[in-house]
Design a binder for this molecule. Sequence first.
Ligand code: BES
Ligand code: MN
Ligand code: ZN
Length: 515
Amino acid sequence: MDFRSIVAQGSALANATTDSLLLVLTPEQALTQDPALDSLIKDAQSGHDFELKAGRTLYVHRPQGVKAARVVLAVAADDSSKSFKSAVSKGLGQLKDLGTAQVVVAAGAGCKLTADHARALVQAASDLTYVYRQTKPSAPNASKLSKVALASSADEAAVVKAGLLEGQGVAAGVALARECANLPGNHCTPTFLAQEAKRLAKEFKNIQTEVLERAAIAKLGMGSFLSVTAGTVQPPKFIILRYNGAAKTQAPLVLVGKGITFDSGGISLKPGAGMDEMKYDMGGAASVLGTFRAIAELKPKVNLIGLIPSCENMPSGTATKPGDVVTSMSGQTIEILNTDAEGRLILCDALTYAERFKPAAVVDIATLTGACVIALGNQHSGLFSKDDALAEALLNAGKQAGDTAWRMPIDDEYGEALKSNFADLANVGGREGGAITAAVFLSKFTKAYRWAHLDIAGTAWKSGAAKNGTGRPVSLLTQFVLNQATAAKDALAPLPAAADKAPARKTPARRRAVA
Ligand code: BES
Ligand code: MN
Ligand code: ZN
């Protein structure tokens, strides 16, 4: 799709030669300062066809004094990029069935357009046109939209232009994440994810990919990760991505994505209803790949590492059993009371592996718990961190990108539930606070660096008739990484000196290879 910014105010808007004009208005700032358009809006209001109430839209065919064949009015709750995006989505939705190919989008006079608005527009348009075709080539186009222009004032033009470009990088990453997530489990295997990571490195010279096979994973001592893959014939993969945009001496950000390509629950088998959706259990991995896709294009001055432990979780005669005790790479032993709490078992070893990069910060992303879906529903991802500055930076990036997270508690006391008589840790607590106990479990492996955990179980995909990957939280993560590079106000507070964050692990001596 082609995105551009145009400087157009007043009669320039009414003279825009395009299929359609989409006007985003807010209840406060209704008018456009274009005589033809303003009289159209007033007329619609007085005829009670239209109200300046958030969520309302009005389609007008061949209005007088306007060159575009159609005008759609869409009302946004306020001037924020979030409200702008939902009004644009609604407005573009109105034009979907009309075969509109080109549209000029304009905001009401008085709305100050920012890069966030421009990115929101790109994301709304890309979401509208995305169609999954990999295993359904016959799927029809969702929309004919191919050219979108955002009208701005002369002094907004530069940020709008930059925002449109950034938005396209992010949208490509979101689309990649959606595509990977939507692929069925028999297509999207750990081997496929590894190939996809290698393909990224081939397409973008600024990305390097390395894939560790079972033998190398065992040699590292990742006994917890390997216990999850014991029941399947699909080989596990540990995928490492690197993007170097800054000096080698600069500590990298590390993203760790849960890559369970199908989660049957293992011996603690899940119920049948809706089990197909567990193909989405690699949503964290998909978001890491998508973020790398976006960063490769946008080239910020940061260093970034991506880690993806990937395997299937299946039952069989060789599968891990409830009560089995395994030794993680950290040396801590884990009693696996429920084989369906497998995400934390693969992540904990990846989090230990992350130590070697001496990271500035580590963020893991995982479709980790059904409990998080119960707590937060599908609007916000769950954010867990003891590091206020890191949490703040992630929350802000989410707000900026329209891909929000909500902070959850992570007090050590919740860890009481993870006590075991037979190992250092049990892999499950009770049902209560399940998203929190999962986060506390992970925290036991993250003592060497600044860390945050995103539980995306409720946000990575949509269920029901609209079943589809969302590509979340690629936008949040990309924005977070970009903010670190530009030292924006949303960047992380300066790091404590390295000495302040020495590994606090007590048991490195027990680290050893597993067969
Ligand atoms: N992948 C699931 C979490 C999940 C479930 C995400 C439903 C989205 C929708 C995870 O591996 C899991 O099975 N978690 C268990 C943990 C429990 C056994 C402590 C859960 O949430 O039920
Ligand atoms: Mn599970
Ligand atoms: Zn899972």
